[in-house]
Design a protein around this ligand. Sequence first.
Ligand code: ADP
Length: 502
Amino acid sequence: MGHILALDQGTTSSRAVVVDETGAIRATAQRELSQLFPRSGWVEHDALEIWESQRAVAVEALHVAGLDATDIAAIGITNQRETTVVWERATGRPVHNAIVWQDRRTADYCAELAARGLADRIRETTGLVIDPYFSGTKLRWILENVDGVRGAAEAGELAFGTIDSWLIWNLTDGAVHATDCTNASRTMLYDIRDGTWDDDLLGALEIPRSLMPEVRPSSGGFGSSSLFGSDVSIMGVAGDQHAALFGQLCTTPGMVKTTYGTGGFLLMCTGGTPVSSAGGLLTTIAWDLGDGPVYALEGAVFVAGAAVQWLRDGLGIIAAAPDVEELAASVPDSGGVGVVPAFTGLGAPHWDPHARGTIVGISRGATAAHVARATLEGIAFQVADVLDVMRADSGLDVAEMRVDGGAAANDLLLRIQADLAGVDIVRPTQLETTVLGAAFLAGLAAGTWADVGHLAQLRGAGSRYSPGPDAAHLDARRVAWRRAVERSRGWTDPADGYVAEA
Ligand code: ADP
């Protein structure tokens, strides 16, 4: 009875995981998802494929675990954030493909919103910057560009949702149209302090309120599903990064997690107080366990593990991503080489879309090993820069940073990170923090676990990496990093006289 079925609907795949009362993963099932690129800069998913694949992996995971619905205490959901679906209430049929978070088609409209002077209002209300990334302008695009949709929306015939809402609607056979507050906080339409859809912003983007789902706490009831044989309640919902923060149990102010995937995602729990960032970070709802929202600061590094992919596929100096560790460890330091992996520009705190990847300090003795080591340092320096902004914005001390994601398997990267960020780095025994977070949110509401203290007892010690003697040279290394970043900036900006090849 006490198992949790956690659904992890990601950008590239749908997964389902069965978690038992001890927090151990009993079964996993996964299906890839088709990526649709109808035009340059556009990214879509087939919303029906999302639902079908998610349903299929849920059934498969139960089968692999040898369980049926009566063994499941609750369903938890975590999802790719910001991806936008609009469907007919009467038939459940999507009116358009899902527009994925990566999609940039609303860039011009975002510029228009900025020109209308809405940036401050949006930042104060939603904690976000105006960007095509968030759901609001994607929803508006569907209303403006799909035949008949605006009229149907105004007649109250349509529903909008992020992927969590879409799954909840289908799991409950259309009985529940709801989202959780973490997903709502990524729409650019939600007041993260008052906990309401903001009528002024809905008006500014010409979005009828009747489209919007009901917003509920991340842990609590979202209806029940009879699809798996007998009724199972959906009791936990959170966007993927928020679920990972909870899965890492970063539940007190100043606790930080970093996910080292393709890019790097840092979230810091700031407790019951939303912290506005002076350094260009986002303010977001971390979760709500039913007793009010907990907030987080969020910062992203565009290229993290992708820099290691580039060593493999672009330079060809390693055969597989994990090989970078041995190569980089074959030299004691980077030999004065600096790598700034600004392949797609730089995010916080540098904010330069015109920056490009740069290798500096090459001397006659520089080798592939030095470049590999400098690449790991470049990843770690970018993360350390975001962490510094978080410290400054929040005024909170950071005792340790908890890590996950594919590149967190790299011990050398984590040792370098401890030195450069000046904090202990902790990698948990269980690296599946995102599904675990969704399971924890559901299990707390279902009574599988009593409270966060109970969850903490399930967490093993993991591995800890403390700043080593190398940290002594930190100031000089930081100065060198800042100089390298300076050289990467403005590269594709014609105003600076530098124009990259197309
Ligand atoms: P995503 O969810 O973004 O696809 P993952 O969490 O699966 O990413 O991590 C994959 C990334 O981690 C890839 O960019 C890969 O290059 C990098 N990676 C995987 N293993 C290692 C390793 N041992 N050292 C450094 N980077 C690694």
